[in-house]
Write a protein that binds this ligand. Structure first.
Ligand code: WTA
Length: 654
């Protein structure tokens, strides 16, 4: 390798010591990857035996991506219950094993260890209470809770009675809660008085109150309120009920609902390139097979592991690798209420030492932020318990990867860079730590049964080392089944761009070793600190302000967040741009969507670059936001090319 070649191409072989005891070694991976392709029915019928079934499936897969004959069904005649798989079946051998370790926001408060027996009882009590409140199989329940064991209990209790949960991240605004409640007509909301993050309270109950005043939310009959901080809240009787008053006296056993494999398990709203967030729907058996099988394989799970996924349960990572996968596998997982930099920037590493965490799974944005603080806050901790590190949510730049590997993992722990999406239910492209040599910045190779391909703009499959749009050629059990209430949108979004294939929305490069390098979204979705935000959502929040005539939003590269939000705003005629108005617009977006959608920059735009047919040319706006005015390309097709010059002159990053 020449001096000038980026060290990103360096290879980190599987450490011998790791391979020696790994569940899956290179030859196992090669054999099983080939087997899953050669006879998917036999392969997945065997994998499905990892679950406990009331009635085992006789059918394995029934899949067609053809538009005229579209269907995705896995294990369709099987009958099971997810919470039985996550709790009951472990009671005999693991009843006293710790299922969850709760580490509160404030390290001075005691941590809690919850055994499988205790978690089972808590889930059963809530499940009974929900049934008493009239929640039946198929009803929707919205969960808006802090990152505490209550959130896992709520999710599992819904699964026990066959209610479809929709978890809304605690950082979303009343508007966003209301939209999500209205879309799936939830019957009941589970929330808490307040959340706590980094020493600050989040007014969860007050946000729910505000949401329920908005149109479209009158399906909600009951709001269950967990006492968490003890902060004062308004209780509106008879709608609002204290959780402890309703739940504590319930029996600690609860008959689980018998669920069909393809019955819905949950809805999780996620941003797309157009319109409002869509309700990604996952079903029972396929999802649990995928969450548990990937969790065990990718993290090389052992009986005595302490697994810490830092994601909030409000995101899919918290669903699959906090609330479902680890419990289905009888593992011990950490539930962390806090943030990486409170009360100090050693917090993550101190928690790792405190609870002897063996596997740590976090997002590149956190790694980059902590890397900026230098090595000292890491080095003052031991981290000797760690044996494996993971990354998820956005591409990890090689520099951050190496810091994670060398400083956090003391060059001892492999890193699994796991690529997947809300839609995929679990990890699809990732190293297996005992089988796959690593390259910093690459999610490496596909998991069993996963068939990625790169296509050009016309959908032609590209061979060899190349770059293109990432598609998946065939189904896997954890695939989403529909957009809740809008099956046409599901097909339109994922299966029409390249007929016969699932389109991920990601761009990707494949190198000469067949390794995949995700380059980021190719649609109008931006990934801010690992959280998906649609440019259309931010634009519609901006134009809902009375002084805004038009808005266009693009992403730009951000050192810590991966991508930031850059908004171009045209005011209504006669309005003068002021610094106060700029601040007011930023506050307006935070109120409409939530703090995660806060624009980093708002540039005043007397006009936007549009084609003669009126389409905004975002390519040009992206280049201006990235301070690359010399790369605007052809602007001759614009209706009024002169607007570009003024936008370039006034750009906010130079
Ligand atoms: C991005 C999160 C590069 C990607 C699990 C994808 C990644 C989107 C990686 C899904 C990774 C996720 N490397 N990019 N390891 N993991 N992404 O739905 O653009 O919140 O399409 O699911 O995140 O985000 P979502």
């Amino acid at each position: 390798m020449s001096q000038s070649e980026p060290t990103a191409a360096a290879v980190y072989p599987v450490p011998d010591a790791f391979a020696a005891t790994a569940r899956i070694r290179r030859e196992d991976y090669e054999r099983d990857y080939a087997a899953a392709l050669a006879d998917p029915d036999a392969y997945w019928a065997r994998v499905a035996q990892r679950l406990d079934w009331f009635v085992p499936p006789t059918k394995t897969r029934d899949v067609s991506y053809a538009l005229e004959d579209f269907r995705i069904r896995w294990f369709e005649d099987g009958v099971l219950n997810v919470s039985v798989n996550c709790l009951d079946r472990h009671l005999a051998a693991r009843g006293d094993k710790t299922a969850l370790i709760f580490e509160p926001d404030d390290p001075a408060k005691p941590a809690q260890r919850i055994s499988y027996r205790e978690l089972h009882a808590r889930v059963c009590k809530l499940a009974n209470a929900l049934r008493n409140l009239g929640v039946k199989k198929g009803d929707r329940v919205t969960i808006y809770l802090p990152m505490t064991p209550d959130a896992v209990v709520a999710i599992q209790a819904c699964a026990r009675i066959g209610a479809i949960h929709s978890v809304v991240f605690g950082g979303f605004s009343p508007n966003s809660i209301a939209d999500r409640i209205a879309d799936c007509t939830s019957k009941l909301v589970i929330t808490a008085d307040e959340g706590l993050r980094g020493g600050k309270t989040v007014p969860l109950k007050a946000n729910v109150d505000a949401a329920l005043k908005m149109p479209g939310t009158n399906s909600v009959e009951t709001v269950l309120v967990v006492r968490h901080t003890g902060g004062a809240v308004d209780m509106q009787m008879p709608r609002d009920r204290w959780y402890d008053a309703v739940v504590d006296d319930q029996p600690a056993e609860c008959e689980p609902e018998r669920m069909n494999a393809e019955d819905p398990l949950f809805i999780l709203y996620t941003s797309g390139s157009t319109g409002k967030p869509k309700g990604v729907l996952h079903t029972t058996a396929g999802y649990l097979v995928w969450a548990s099988y990937t969790h065990e394989s990718v993290f090389d799970l052992r009986e005595d592991d302490v697994f810490w996924c830092t994601a909030d349960v409000g995101w899919v990572t918290g669903h699959s690798y906090v609330a479902y996968g680890p419990l289905a596998n009888g593992g011990t997982g950490i539930v962390f209420e806090g943030v990486p930099n409170y009360p100090n920037v050693s917090r993550f590493w101190e928690v790792i030492d405190k609870h002897q965490v063996t596997i740590f799974y976090t997002a590149p944005t956190a790694i980059r932020a902590l890397m900026r603080e230098g090595e000292a806050p890491v080095k003052k901790t031991s981290r000797a318990s760690l044996r494996l590190l993971g990354s998820v949510g956005e591409p990890i730049n090689p520099e951050a990867w190496r810091w994670y590997h060398e400083v956090v993992g003391d060059s001892r722990c492999p890193i699994v860079d796991t690529w997947w999406q809300t839609e995929t239910g679990g990890i699809l492209i990732s190293p297996l730590p005992g089988a796959t040599d690593l390259k910093p910045g690459s999610a490496t190779i596909p998991f069993f049964g996963v068939q990625p391909a790169l296509v050009d703009a016309n959908g032609a499959i590209l061979d060899g080392a190349t770059e293109g749009n990432l598609v998946l050629l065939d189904s896997w059990p954890g695939q989403m089944r529909t957009v809740y209430g809008d099956h046409a949108r599901f097909i339109e979004t994922y299966f029409k761009t390249y007929p016969g294939m699932y389109f991920t929305g990601d761009g990707c490069r494949r190198d000469e070793d067949g390794y995949y390098w995700i380059t980021g979204r190719v649609d109008d979705v931006i990934n801010v600190s690992g959280h998906r935000i649609g440019t259309a959502e931010v634009e519609s929040a901006l134009v809902s302000h009375p002084l805004v005539a038009e808005a266009a939003v693009v992403g730009f590269n951000h050192d810590i967040k991966g991508q930031g939000i850059y908004a171009y705003v045209t005011l209504v005629a006669g309005e003068a741009p002021t610094e106060d108005l700029r601040k007011a617009l930023v506050a307006h977006v935070r109120k409409e969507i939530g703090p995660i959608a806060t624009p980093d920059f708002v540039q005043w735009a007397p006009g936007l670059p549009k084609t003669r047919s009126g389409k905004i040319m975002r390519r040009i706006l992206r280049k201006i936001a990235e301070n690359a005015p010399d790369q605007l390309g052809d602007t001759s097709t614009l209706a009024d090319p002169s607007v570009v010059k003024s936008l370039v002159d006034e750009r906010l990053v130079k």
